[in-house]
Design a protein around this ligand. Structure first.
Ligand SMILES: Nc1ncnc2c1ncn2[C@@H]1O[C@H](COP(=O)(O)OP(=O)(O)O)[C@@H](O)[C@H]1O
Ligand SMILES: [Mg+2]
Length: 425
């Protein structure tokens, strides 16, 4: 079969790699892809939001399955556009992707169906939000309703900060229309864990857990980024936590979406906080995380195409998901200065060294790279994700950091404490 992947980051590279392992796949295309994805897929320069061009391409190339990696096209209705043309596609419809696309929607859903989450109020009026702030305890959490590239959440320690935050989000429209509505919610404390799942509308199958590191600097300092590294599984995701989430969160969410007439098929990413009172949902995403995919997918034993097709056809209950009984760590190699200002265009050396060790559990997933006559060069803030597996988290981490030394480019920057939290487990 022919498969089209939509997206261009490290997550899509991990997906392309995994899909290339499927015995059923003949040819892979990726729109728009990157220099790493080229190894498995023919990359075509079509934008991820250009639905007419994407569907026309899928028809022309007789694509049997399209896989959407990113949030923006899902929330904008790419799945509906494909289905309207009779094309098979993996991912939630626009009506279902609202689970990620609107934080106000997801909070109301959780409240209505008793899914544990932080206490909150939604606002579509800045004056009402400002008045409400006079009544709350601090810190307090402000969230722009819509997609904001992971930057729309502000944790405010004082009334003044929170007032400034409401103004930024709702009046100055710092995050554009994402700030037409906002959520103000209770500040929770605890460990964060990400749990990814496949969903077919009725059945939900949990993958392994993971945790990411969002801040740019060691010790969780500095600005928020797209993600500087991940590890999987999370040692804090215990059997008790899993039992709680199975009972009150996962199936409850899938059933709630169906009851709302928004049947969800695809990936649900549960962003959880393990509080003293038990797990709470911080947010939902409607796709694989990036860089969570880079540690979860390499540990997956199933043929991912089989699982995706089972989701589309409502046969997921027939599938047993299997993950290797090991661990993986991904360290992101970024351009120094990211996420603010950085130079690009530096030649990357050592990619083949990592690739040659795939059988030993080393991978390099491209995020911001470009092929030039001089070779593959840096072309973004996050450049590569170096993933290594190991029998346990500590070994996987040591392996991942060893592999980061095999790859070099002029302004290479990385965190040195990815997975350090596991020492406390
Ligand atoms: N209620 C909360 N209490 C404490 N921290 C929170 C809360 N909600 C979100 N956060 C923090 O903000 C981060 C981003 O929030 P999240 O809801 O995941 O939005 P997004 O990923 O879209 O930016 C979380 O990973 C968490 O660290
Ligand atoms: Mg998040």
């Amino acid at each position: 079969m022919n498969v089209l992947i939509v997206g261009s980051g490290g997550r899509e590279h991990a997906l392309a790699w995994k899909i290339s392992k499927s015995s059923r796949v003949d040819k892979i295309y990726c729109a728009p892809g990157n220099a790493g994805i080229e190894e498995y897929a023919e990359c075509v320069p079509i934008g991820v939001l250009d639905f007419p061009a994407l569907t026309a391409f899928a028809k022309e190339k007789k694509i049997d399955l399209t896989v959407i990696g990113m949030d923006d096209p899902l929330v904008a209705g790419v799945v509906d556009a494909f289905e309207a043309e009779g094309l098979r596609v993996f991912g939630p419809s626009r009506a279902a992707a609202i689970l990620e696309g609107s934080k106000a929607f997801s909070k109301d859903l959780m409240k209505k169906y008793n899914i544990p989450t932080a206490a909150y109020e939604n606002f579509d009026d800045a004056d009402k939000a400002l008045a409400y702030l006079e009544t709350v305890d601090f810190p307090i959490v402000l969230k722009a309703d819509g997609l904001a590239l992971g930057k729309g959440v502000l944790i405010c320690n004082t009334l003044e900060e929170a007032q400034a935050g409401v103004k930024e989000i709702m009046l100055d429209k710092k995050f554009g229309t994402a700030g037409n509505q906002m959520v103000i919610e209770e500040f929770l404390t605890g460990r964060e864990v990400s749990v990814l799942s496949f969903v077919d509308g009725n059945t939900v199958r949990i993958m392994t857990s993971a945790q990411d590191h969002k801040r740019a600097g060691d010790g969780d300092t500095g600005l928020n980024t797209g993600g500087m590294g991940t590890f999987s599984p999370s040692p804090f995701y215990t059997k008790e936590v899993d039992e709680f989430c199975q009972k009150y969160i996962y199936q409850a969410t899938v059933d709630a979406m169906r009851a709302e007439g928004r049947t969800f098929k695809g990936i649900i990413f549960f962003g959880l906080m393990l509080t003293e009172k038990g797990p709470r949902v911080l947010e939902y995403n409607a796709r694989f995380g990036d860089p969570e995919a880079q540690v979860v997918i390499p540990r997956m034993k199933n043929d991912i195409v089989d699982v995706m097709e089972a989701c589309i056809d409502g046969r997921l209950s027939d599938i047993r998901l299997e993950f290797e009984d090991n661990a993986a760590v991904c360290v992101v190699l970024a351009s120094d200065g990211y996420p603010v200002k950085y130079e690009k265009g530096f030649v990357i050396n050592g990619l083949d060294t990592v690739k040659a060790k795939e059988d030993e559990g080393y991978y390099v997933f491209h995020a911001g790279t470009k092929r030039t006559d001089a070779g593959i060069v840096t072309n973004g803030g996050r450049v590569l994700g170096v993933t290594a597996k190991g029998p346990d988290l500590k070994t996987a981490r040591a392996n991942a950091y060893k592999a980061t030394e095999w790859v070099s480019f002029d302004n290479k920057y990385m965190r040195h404490d990815i997975g350090k939290a596991i020492d406390e487990a």
